[in-house]
Design a protein around this ligand. Structure first.
Ligand code: ADP
Length: 487
């Protein structure tokens, strides 16, 4: 029996900005069992307070540097038996806007204080300092927002083991030295072996330097972040700690993402009734204002419109795509210049491209079920979830060979088609030319329905459920416990 405190800055269905929200909303459920007890802890943002249902105060305490007293609220992660704890400090978390940024998309000015306070409160709970008579065996910390937790715990006697998971190295939580001192945390942490990073205060480095075990969200990304191209200056530290670093591919919550039981889609289907997928396609075409046409290949795109996702590689190929009579449906939001380019393309080619700027969970399900192909030209992709969803929906993924995309999609080379293991299309260089060559291959194969169906069906049969990944996390916790014992 082990007890796990799972700390995160977002979790479905309370609050989500990306893949971390999906993972934190489903991995704790997959881990929680008669043998393992999981408590999920996150800040009490306004939407989380709204969505959490019944909550009761179980502790009220002071945290140095907090602008108000702090409360620990207890409930259940909706739809599960996982214990939910929310760290409530209204001046910091109960405000309109997102978890990391305000309504205009600018990072909250006090993020160091907000997540610093969260980390301090979690480490107090982990050391049983609130009188709860409860102590976890492992604290599982996710991304930079939780990076100080292992650092704060490292020097404590009788501490729980710590695991730090990187969901994206590009987001590091970098602040000033003044913000470090304002947080009133032990001054010894300001060192090369602690949170100091080229004169800055780095939350992510705190986790990377001090956690008992490190993980990231795919085996390929675990290798990539040890290189200058993906390590953002931390590759040396990651190489040094590589014996503590593992890659575990994210799982899919098939209760939410499976066309057999997806309540959002127009018509359910399985690999045996894949012909019904076309009803979802026509509904999507109609909804997005595109001509309803069964034969025209429809490419779906969903994601944050940021440099990482490589949408510019796709935009560079728009004219060719239009000339070959394809349809493209786009859902996303992010950097204004990307949003603008997509909107211009949709205005220029209204018969072929339809774009929705914004965040729409339901439309994301319609796109997964209604598209023929799903494009992820990401420059890097720690795990990626949409390619995993796409596989289950028979929506053939077209992906760049990087991170979790490389670990989950098998290219439709002739050899792989013959062996009946092909599940999608993979291109090797993050260039418009490499993408174009692969788009051409995909569209040519789409015109051969028998071969195409084989690829769809092989993809639909893949199992990326949390079961396998959860087992790997349990093994990781065990290793962390061993290291903590010997530290
Ligand atoms: P990342 O975490 O980098 O954003 P992932 O592929 O790991 O990328 O996870 C993204 C998740 O967010 C997926 O569940 C995806 O469907 C969802 N998502 C991203 N943008 C949108 C959007 N505009 N509307 C609905 N869902 C979105």
């Amino acid at each position: 029996m082990s007890t796990i405190l799972f700390a995160t800055s977002e979790a479905l269905p309370l609050i989500k900005t990306g893949g971390l929200g999906d993972v934190s909303g489903s991995l704790p459920i997959a881990l929680n069992s008669s043998k393992h007890n999981v408590c999920l802890i996150l800040p009490a943002y306004s939407p989380a307070l709204r969505e959490a249902g019944d909550l009761k105060e179980i502790a009220r305490f002071e945290v140095p540097s907090a602008p108000a007293h702090v409360r620990l609220l207890e409930g259940k992660l909706p739809g599960s038996s996982v214990t939910l704890w929310l760290i409530d400090c209204p001046p910091l978390f109960d405000r309109p806007g997102g978890p990391y940024a305000d309504q205009d998309g600018a990072d909250w000015y006090d993020n160091a204080l907000r997540f610093g306070l969260f980390c301090k409160a979690v480490s107090m709970i982990a050391m049983d300092q609130l009188g709860l008579s409860w102590k976890p065996d492992v604290v599982h910390c996710n991304d930079w927002q939780c990076g100080l937790i292992p650092a704060l715990l490292a020097s404590q006697e009788n501490r729980p083991a710590t695991v730090f998971t990187i969901h994206n190295m590009a987001y590091q939580g970098l602040f000033s030295q003044k913000e470090f001192y304002d947080l009133q945390i032990p001054h010894e942490l300001w060192s090369m072996d602690g949170v100091e990073f080229h004169g800055h205060f780095s939350f992510i480095k705190g986790g990377l330097a001090t956690a008992d075990m490190l993980s990231t969200v795919s085996p390929t990304y675990a290798k990539e972040i040890r290189t200058p191209q993906f390590g953002y200056g931390l590759e040396g530290l990651l190489e040094y700690r590589s014996d503590r670093l593992v890659g575990i591919l994210n799982g899919v919550d098939y209760t939410l993402w499976d066309p057999e039981n997806d309540p959002y889609i127009v018509k359910s289907y399985t690999s045996k009734t894949v012909r019904f997928k076309s009803l979802n396609k026509s509904a999507l075409q109609e909804y997005m204002g595109l001509p309803v046409s069964e034969k025209t290949p429809l490419i779906g795109i969903i994601g944050r419109m940021v440099e990482q996702k490589g949408f510019d590689l796709f935009l560079d190929n728009i004219e060719w795509l239009i000339s070959t009579e394809v349809q493209i449906v786009v859902l996303g939001s992010g950097e204004p210049h990307f949003e603008e380019k997509f909107k211009i393309a949709a205005t220029q080619y209204p018969q072929n491209i339809s774009v929705q700027i914004g965040y729409h969970e339901t439309l994301a399900h319609h796109i997964e079920s209604g598209s023929d192909m799903f494009l992820m030209p990401s420059r890097f992709e720690p795990s990626g979830l949409n390619q995993l969803y796409s596989l289950r929906y028979g929506t053939v993924p077209i992906v760049h060979h990087t991170g979790g995309l490389a670990d989950s999609v098998i290219d439709a080379s002739e050899e792989n088609q013959k062996a009946k293991i092909a599940t999608g299309f993979v291109f090797n260089e993050a260039t418009p030319e490499s993408l174009l060559a692969t788009l051409k291959r995909a569209i040519a194969l789409y015109k051969q329905p028998k071969l195409w169906k084989q690829i769809m069906k092989t993809g639909m049969k893949q199992d990326f459920s949390w079961k396998k990944s959860a087992k790997q996390y349990l093994a990781l916790y065990q290793r962390a416990i061993e290291h903590a014992k010997n530290s």
